[in-house]
Design a protein around this ligand. Structure first.
Ligand code: HEM
Length: 425
């Protein structure tokens, strides 16, 4: 990144200020108040510095442009879960092993081998081929739930990503409740509460047994579940054999796909309905206009995404006029960047028809070499779900105010009780 020109300095360039010498707002983000409204605190931080604040253990970048500039510097950052494992005291546990060996945490070379092996299976085309499965699973859920006239939308939404993923890899449908419970436990891991460790380890043991059994059965009978057409598990096993990837790694990838797609998709879907309830005309249009559903999904992801991410600097970095020394932990607040942005007009307004320049695109799926592998699947899932939900749950309204999940972690709505008129079949 070029340093800024500074007419006060003899060289004509700004002398960068070390990040630890900056006057920054400290964000205490581990509180219920913060989770319910992080925007007020980030706006207060922005009044002190345009793109940086301080948090326990490091610094947080919250401005969209700064995130877009920094998160692509793959050679200068490394993903680091060491701190998380230490805080949790999870060094020799099943969850600790998984957290350190999951795809996103792997050292550069191992990550590249896995990513290169599997990326070709996660194309927009392959995601589109999965749309019938997505529609079928959402239709099943609606048939079961819609006649109730009221339910907790978050609970309803939680069955969708896990059942789509189960179908994508040909897992038996009776595995879904167990998988969902395991995901609920694992989703809490990044709230960094070490009392959760025994539960995390139990969930890992169940997921391990499930994945190894599925792999063994599939090896014995390739393409077993859907006749002659390979499903996602067939494709992953095929890619794994070609690239010499072990069963341990394939099992970890399966678990990672469930984990990566569960809370994220559920929380975006829940937030999307929360927003649409206060935009009834948009909601109605989603029932008939699939292209509009696409726009609503993108606008929702700009306004809200559950994920934030973190990296440690591998070397000194100078960005704008700030020196970030080697070994600094940087958090990237993807989840608020679409609103806390000086570049986006009326950033707090929900406007699916807004025009967005390329350098203002949301970062809900991250950027750089770890950018979400499942992004096309996630988008297709959300679009298909929204289209069907808007057809079946008419005039939804909230019957109680929603709660909020912890902010650092998989943030989002915790409980969204709604009432609605079921569509007459
Ligand atoms: C709306 C739903 C989703 C959101 C918001 C989301 C968000 C993200 C983000 C922000 C990252 C990058 C993390 C980082 O850089 O540290 C990521 C990575 C990843 N996601 Fe997603 N995700 C979603 C759904 C999915 C689904 C459905 C799948 C699987 C089918 C998936 C698979 C992955 C994988 C494998 C990675 C790691 C890629 C790598 O390390 O190379 N995600 N996701």
């Amino acid at each position: 990144m070029p340093a800024q020109t500074n007419p006060q300095h003899p060289s004509g360039h700004a002398e960068p200020t070390r990040i630890d010498n900056l006057d920054l707002q400290h964000l205490a983000w581990n509180s219920a108040e913060f989770s319910a409204d992080p925007y007020a605190s980030f706006e207060a931080a922005r009044a002190v510095h345009p793109w940086l604040a301080k948090v326990n253990g490091g610094y947080v970048v919250f401005d969209l442009k700064a995130i877009r500039d920094l998160l692509v510097l793959d050679d200068q950052f490394r993903t680091s879960f060491d701190g998380v494992i230490e805080i949790m005291g999870a060094q020799d546990t099943a969850w600790g092993r998984f957290a350190q060996e999951q795809m996103i945490a792997l050292p550069e070379r191992e990550h590249r081998i896995l990513r290169d092996a599997f990326a070709a299976k996660f194309t927009p085309r392959n995601a589109n081929l999965l749309r019938p499965i997505m529609r079928e699973q959402m239709q099943r859920l609606l048939t079961e739930w819609a006649s109730k006239g009221q339910f907790d939308f978050e609970e309803f939404a939680s069955y969708y990503p896990v059942s789509v993923m189960a179908r994508m890899i040909g897992a038996p449908l009776d595995a879904i409740p167990g998988l969902r419970s395991a995901m609920e436990v694992l989703g809490l891991a990044f709230s960094l509460d070490s009392r959760l460790l025994p539960d995390l380890d139990r969930a890992m043991a169940e997921l391990d047994a499930f994945s190894y059994q599925l792999i063994a059965e599939r090896r014995a009978k390739p393409h077993a579940r859907f006749g002659t057409e390979p499903d996602l598990l067939d494709l992953l096993l095929e890619a794994g054999s070609e690239h010499g990837i072990t069963d341990r790694q394939v099992a970890d990838l399966l678990i990672f796909l469930f984990v990566a797609g569960y809370d994220t998709s559920k929380n975006v879907l829940t937030y999307m309905i929360h927003v649409l309830i206060s935009h009834p005309q948009s909601y109605q249009r989603c029932a008939t206009d699939m292209d509009y559903c696409r726009k609503v999904v993108e606008e929702t992801l700009r306004m809200f995404t559950p994920a934030f991410t973190f990296r440690a600097t591998k070397e000194d970095i100078v960005y704008r006029d700030v020196l970030i020394p080697k070994g600094t932990m940087m958090f990237f607040a993807l989840n608020v960047a679409g609103r806390i942005s000086s570049d986006i007009a009326h950033s707090y307004d929900f406007d699916p028809e807004r025009t967005t320049k390329a350098d203002q695109r949301h970062v809900g799926f991250g950027l750089g070499k770890h950018m979400c592998l499942g992004q096309y699947i996630a988008r297709a899932q959300l679009q298909e779900a929204l289209h069907l939900i808007a057809q079946h749950l008419l005039q939804p309204r909230e019957s109680a105010p929603p709660g909020w999940r912890p902010f650092p972690g998989n943030w989002g709505i915790k409980g969204l009780p709604i009432e609605f008129e079921p569509a007459v079949p």
